[in-house]
Ligand binder design. Structure first.
Ligand SMILES: Cc1cc2nc3c(=O)[nH]c(=O)nc-3n(C[C@H](O)[C@H](O)[C@H](O)COP(=O)(O)OP(=O)(O)OC[C@H]3O[C@@H](n4cnc5c(N)ncnc54)[C@H](O)[C@@H]3O)c2cc1C
Length: 313
């Protein structure tokens, strides 16, 4: 199908982009185009103006300042496939998550910020952002404002971004050097979006869990931070990570998985997954992701001591 007729505008500055968005009845920002153009072809979206931001030099690139990674809205998904693109465990977490996004041609063009503009409940980046307290910077006619990820998403494909605002950066707090990270995705086929995916970080000291962060992908109408599950893990002994992640009954990770599924998630029935199945999948994927994060944390501390081990059981 062909999209409806629209005007195309190439912005050269953020100011020009904001101006063009403010002066149109229904304008859309064009970043990588991997979601927008598809929706236009399917005629689910018919903007009168498309504002291309790809020629705005200051919107590219990444930098770290005061322990915060700033990602410009033109940074493509594929950049994060290299775990060293971003310092420390955050780079490892991004690398584990990004390979689940579509396939290489989509990752070559699609942008991390575009995922926030699109706000699909199955977006890997958006769930990591709510777990890690990422800030989204929005620039509009009135200036710049920052919104925390937990306040940014208001529903399926809905955010607090106003139509004339451009996402001008994403600010991710870096993780400390010995934080363990995990990301596991479950989907029906390789080409499907996640049925359930989970990103998690664990801080463990002397065998005790000091803190956990858990983000749930496609477990509600928006990305979810599994706070109830995080709470049951705080101050608890992590225990051994069993081979194959087969957890004994009562293991704290299994308990956290159950709580995430029953208390944090609000899964929606889908043609291939009813609510009962989805809750079971959430509990399992949360528990396994925590195992992966614990194994990652163990291998980091071992490496510091000059030892080496395989991270995945
Ligand atoms: C086959 C296929 C499979 C996919 N699988 C996945 C998947 O598994 N997981 C996943 O997360 N995504 C998936 N995607 C979507 C992909 O990740 C897109 O790249 C992403 O959703 C949007 O990024 P984009 O840069 O292409 O944005 P665009 O398509 O250009 O824009 C998407 C929306 O965000 C808005 N927008 C973009 N940038 C900004 C900005 N800076 N400021 C304000 N608004 C902005 C646009 O106006 C538009 O409404 C898939 C896409 C395809 C085609």
């Amino acid at each position: 199908m062909k999209p409806a007729v629209f005007d195309y505008f190439t912005a050269r500055t953020v100011y020009e982009a904001v101006d063009a968005l403010s002066n149109a009845k229904d304008a859309k920002v064009l970043a990588g185009g991997q979601s927008l153009l598809l929706e236009m072809h399917l005629k689910r979206l018919s903007p009168d103006v498309v504002v291309d931001i790809n020629q705005i030099p200051e919107l590219g690139g990444m930098e770290v300042q005061d322990g915060v990674l700033r990602v410009g809205p033109l940074v493509r998904h594929r950049v994060f496939e290299n775990p060293r693109a971003v310092p420390g465990p955050l780079g490892e977490l991004f690398a584990r998550a990004v390979v689940n996004i579509a396939h290489p041609p989509v990752r070559n063009r699609g942008t991390m910020a575009g995922s926030f503009g699109w706000a699909h409940p199955a977006s890997e980046w958006c769930a990591l952002a709510v777990a890690l307290d990422t800030d989204i910077e929005l620039t509009g006619p009135g200036g710049i404002r920052q919104v925390g990820a937990c306040d940014f998403f208001t529903g399926s494909f809905r955010t607090v971004r106003q139509p004339h605002e451009v996402i001008t950066s994403l600010r991710w707090p870096l993780l400390s050097g010995d934080t363990g990270v995990g990301f596991i995705e479950h989907r029906r086929t390789h080409f499907c979006f996640a049925q359930v995916a989970v990103g998690a970080t664990l801080d463990i000291s002397d065998g005790m869990i000091e803190g956990a962060r858990i983000g749930l992908v496609n477990c509600a109408d928006r990305p979810v931070r599994a706070r109830a599950a995080e709470e049951v893990l705080a101050g608890v002994e992590a225990g051994e990570v069993p081979a194959g992640y087969k957890l004994p009954k009562g293991h704290p990770f299994a308990r956290a998985g159950r709580i995430a599924a029953d208390q944090d998630a609000s899964p929606i029935a889908e043609p291939y997954a009813d609510i009962e199945y989805r809750r079971h999948a959430i509990a399992t994927v949360v528990a396994r992701t925590l195992c992966q994060a614990a194994a990652d944390q163990r291998s980091r501390t071992d490496a510091e001591k000059g030892n080496w081990s395989i991270t995945d059981g």
